[in-house]
Write a protein that binds this ligand. Structure first.
Ligand SMILES: Cc1cc2nc3c(=O)[nH]c(=O)nc-3n(C[C@H](O)[C@H](O)[C@H](O)COP(=O)(O)OP(=O)(O)OC[C@H]3O[C@@H](n4cnc5c(N)ncnc54)[C@H](O)[C@@H]3O)c2cc1C
Length: 459
């Protein structure tokens, strides 16, 4: 831990930040400019730009395009130390955090921003069969499975003249499910169309199973309809009110119905990081900590819960667990700590009681390589879809990527992929086993042969 006093001999305050995601990193970057000693702890050595993970999962971008070492992001601030470690216990009465390696960090102020993780609704055994998308490792595993399915089909077709239908099933029709579906469809129909000699990748089928009555449930009705239209246009099938009751190697069950799947992906549910419960404060049903208007849990003005881990309501609705609120919460916590420290040092502490206010700029989700839906709230209000929404999505995501090198590399990669229909990160790494490959029914892939029934799509 950096040790020191401010110029006047007053002991410097120590701030511990757990989590180097959108919230924690934004807090650290703002606090780093102040005379404070800051420790940022993350169990990974990198910050991940999660909104672009699906592009790594579907081979358009490489992991290094969307992730950057936290240590290098904060390298120019000598008052910030970065620890690759994991918070495992909080001793709130002693203002101390315990890390997995046994290290103990004392703090004057604590920011906990450890985000969220997948929820399999009590069926954790499904995780191996239907990976979710949260980390770079998840993305490369999804990439491995999707690409491997085509390779195995090619091999089997060459050897036996038939192969299982290439059915990709995505459980969950939120933004991640929709983005994955669009990208798999693009891979199959556009990027790989002339790469195989025995199979026709464009015969692959992509199905979204959504448990509620609509996909993109948080979007207005007109944008939901546009999203359905755009997905249908690229051949993605959608089934709503479809409650998955089981996930098995090679298939999923919706009630009594078996749906074959060479690859099953999970985009259905999230829950807060377990640290929410570990802190010992009241949590909501997803495990998010209930905080007040200053992002403090009850009775602890020195603790800030930020990002996906925080449950705070505004205008009668919970602030959503997406990137913008997480960044704004991180910045708010930094500002309030700065004001509290200043007040301690004798300033009038003007503004220190200002509450957190989420400034909603809108939401966007892409659908394949040239369509999207955008519910824009700022700088004007509007519902956009199709190509203009996709262009907006592109610009916003380049802008918010951390680091100039990443922005340049992503821009170059997107332009290349868009113009040439070639994706450059189509690598299969790791095992060559695909769970359930041998369990999927084999079907002759002849032009007259209908693909496996994926159920009736909602049009
Ligand atoms: C696939 C995907 C797509 C998304 N797309 C969008 C989008 O298009 N637009 C949008 O606005 N939002 C999107 N989101 C949501 C957005 O990424 C999250 O809301 C945001 O990352 C939350 O920020 P956070 O700082 O709370 O947590 P995170 O960014 O998840 O960061 C949490 C950090 O805490 C670390 N950590 C966890 N536990 C511990 C521990 N015990 N000790 C130490 N460190 C720990 C993790 O390693 C991680 O670095 C998407 C999310 C995903 C998964």
């Amino acid at each position: 831990m950096v040790d020191g006093t401010s110029g006047g001999g007053v002991e410097r305050k120590r701030v511990v930040i757990i989590g180097g995601g959108f919230a924690g990193l934004n807090a650290a970057l703002d606090l780093a400019k102040l005379p404070l000693d800051i420790s940022l702890v993350d169990r990974r050595n990198h910050h991940t730009f999660q909104p672009l993970l699906y592009q790594v999962a579907l081979a358009v971008l490489s992991p290094a395009d969307i992730a950057q070492p936290i240590r290098s992001i904060l390298s120019k601030y000598p008052n910030v130390e970065v620890l690759m470690d994991e918070a495992v216990a909080f001793h709130l009465d002693q203002q101390r955090v315990e890390l997995k390696t046994g290290a103990q960090l004392e703090y004057d102020y604590l920011i906990v921003a450890t985000g969220s993780t997948h929820s399999y609704f009590g069926h954790d055994e499904w995780a191996k069969l239907a990976p979710g998308l949260k980390t770079v490792e998840d993305a490369t595993e999804i990439r491995r499975r999707v690409l491997l399915a085509f390779e195995l089909a090619e091999r089997q077709m060459q050897e036996t003249g038939s192969h299982p239908s290439l059915n990709f099933v995505i459980i969950g029709g939120g933004p991640t499910g929709v983005e994955l579906a669009g990208a798999i469809s693009d891979i199959a129909k556009l990027y790989m169309s002339n790469n195989f000699r025995h199979i026709d990748p464009s015969q692959a089928q992509v199905l979204i199973l959504e448990g509620s009555p609509n996909i993109l449930g948080m979007y207005p009705d007109d944008l939901q309809a546009k999203a359905r239209e755009q997905l249908n246009a690229i051949g993605v099938k959608i089934r709503v009110n479809a409650h998955v009751s089981d996930v098995q190697p090679g298939y999923v069950m919706v009630g009594e119905e078996r749906i074959n799947a060479v690859v099953t992906l999970w985009a259905a549910g999230v829950q807060a990081s377990p640290l929410g419960k570990l802190l010992g404060f009241e949590t909501d049903r997803k495990g998010c900590v209930l905080v007040d208007q200053h992002l403090n849990p009850p009775g602890h003005p020195e603790i800030f819960i930020c990002g996906d881990l925080a449950h705070i309501e505004q205008d009668g609705k919970q602030v959503p667990g997406v990137a913008q609120p997480a960044m704004q919460m991180g910045k708010y916590a930094a500002k309030r700590i700065a004001r509290l420290v200043a007040a301690d040092l004798g300033s009038d502490g003007t503004g220190k009681n200002e509450p957190f206010h989420y400034f909603d700029k809108g939401d966007m989700a892409t659908i394949g390589r040239k369509a999207a839906v955008a519910n824009i709230q700022w700088p004007f209000k509007g519902h956009w879809s199709g190509f203009p929404a996709w262009m907006t999505w592109l610009v916003v995501h380049i802008f918010f990527l951390i680091g100039f090198r990443n922005r340049l590399s992503v821009f170059r990669q997107w332009a290349w992929t868009y113009v040439t229909f070639k994706d450059s990160a189509r690598l299969i790494t790791g095992s060559q086993e695909l769970p359930g490959w041998n369990a999927v029914e084999t079907q002759q892939l002849h032009p007259d042969t209908a693909p496996l029934d994926l159920g009736s799509p909602k049009t």
